[in-house]
Design a protein around this ligand. Structure first.
Ligand code: ZN
Length: 235
């Protein structure tokens, strides 16, 4: 084993000993069950670790991460994780968390080919096309930040519209979906104010959040594409 990997295992032994010394019974207490109140759906980016950012201990947040925090209606991995969190762990809050400077969002915005993930990021390229009137007129650095935020708002909506969440709300379960974005520059989380806690709240929360981004009409845009995609997000 390389020295580098041995060092990780040594760090782990030091950490486990310190935790047990400072909070005796910490690990045996967690062995019985996990009862997190929160679920985090975030980007796989190594700079955005759920527990550290929110000051939560092991056992306090159930985590699902993928490239660019995308929730696709046919992704059985994400849906299974959300269902387990909602139905078995009874989490009270689900946070969809994007981050500024997301390489996945940047690749989608610029059309950069990076490999197999191009197909995954196609979902974000579709969002860029759908919301182009809120994005294309901005300077490049702002385009990326806005697409990061719009991606979070859209994915928050996707969680809320999933059968898992719709069934949970129909049962009367109290669980709220939130959309946040994390700043790599300052380490701060920003609430995008798109929280949804009831089926009837979904459309209004989504529209209110999206309307915060000023739109500029592109008179040169292809009219056929305009008609098709405008119908998706217009009143
Ligand atoms: Zn990312």
């Amino acid at each position: 084993m390389t020295t580098e990997i041995k060092l990780l295992l040594e760090h782990n032994r030091v950490w486990a000993a310190r935790m047990e010394r400072e909070r005796p019974g910490f690990f045996t207490g967690l062995m019985a069950q996990q009862k997190p109140r929160y679920m985090w759906i975030g980007c796989s980016d190594s700079r955005v670790p759920a527990n550290e950012i929110t000051g939560l201990d092991p056992g306090e947040v159930f985590v699902h991460r993928n490239i660019a925090n995308v929730v696709v209606h046919s992704d059985l991995n994400a849906l299974s994780t959300i269902q387990f969190a909602v139905e078995h762990l009874q989490v009270e809050h689900i946070m969809v968390v994007g981050h500024y400077g997301c390489a996945g969002v940047r690749a989608a915005l610029q059309g950069t080919r990076i490999g197999l993930a191009d197909n995954w990021l196609r979902h974000i390229r579709d969002l860029k096309l759908r919301h182009r009137k809120s994005i294309d007129h901005l300077p490049p650095e702002q385009q990326e930040d806005v697409l990061c935020e719009i991606n979070v708002i859209e994915q928050t909506g996707n969680v809320a519209l999933s059968t898992v969440m719709q069934d949970a709300w129909a049962r009367g379960q109290k669980v709220t979906v939130h959309g946040w974005v994390y700043g790599l520059r300052d380490g701060l989380l920003k609430d995008l104010q798109v929280s949804m806690d009831h089926p009837d709240a979904v459309l209004n929360a989504f529209r209110t959040a999206i309307k915060r981004y000023p739109r500029e009409i592109d008179k040169n845009a292809d009219r056929a594409i305009d008609t098709t995609f405008d119908s998706l997000d217009d009143d």
